[in-house]
Design a protein around this ligand. Sequence first.
Ligand code: ADP
Ligand code: MG
Length: 147
Amino acid sequence: SSFPYYTLGTIVHGLGRGGKELGCPTANFDENAVAKLPSSIYQGVYYGWAKLLIPDDNQVYKMVTSVGTNPFYNGEKKTMETHILHKFTKDFYGETVKIVLLGEIRKMTTFNSASELVDAIQNDISIANNKLDSEECRQYLTGPFFQ
Ligand code: ADP
Ligand code: MG
């Protein structure tokens, strides 16, 4: 299987669509991190853990990551975008973020309306939140990648 898939990258500016205006900011990884993705991980939504490599933040957070071309927005570029299940007081563009993808939630698809997309994202977050409470997922918190 493709999981666990460990990677890291720099957070860049996305197109500013979706994200915060849908109540769900996504930290977009640089194109090098996208290029490194194995072909077995494509066009879907995944759950896992994320850690920001910034001083004074040693936490490992629950996250959902979307990989794909964002068909609802007629995207052409493949992106990898992580929503962290935590309320941050400021943005972290330019910072390095480490993630581990542990499993797939669903395939990427388009939606008939923005509200259907928002509902799907909220459902993704809820699934990730539950799955990441399992001992099987929590074991990755103490592994060497996040130390
Ligand atoms: P962009 O199109 O530039 O990616 P977004 O609306 O998706 O814009 O917002 C993403 C930015 O919001 C991230 O790069 C990060 O700096 C910030 N941010 C704040 N809180 C979060 C969070 N909980 N998860 C992910 N990114 C967050
Ligand atoms: Mg984004």
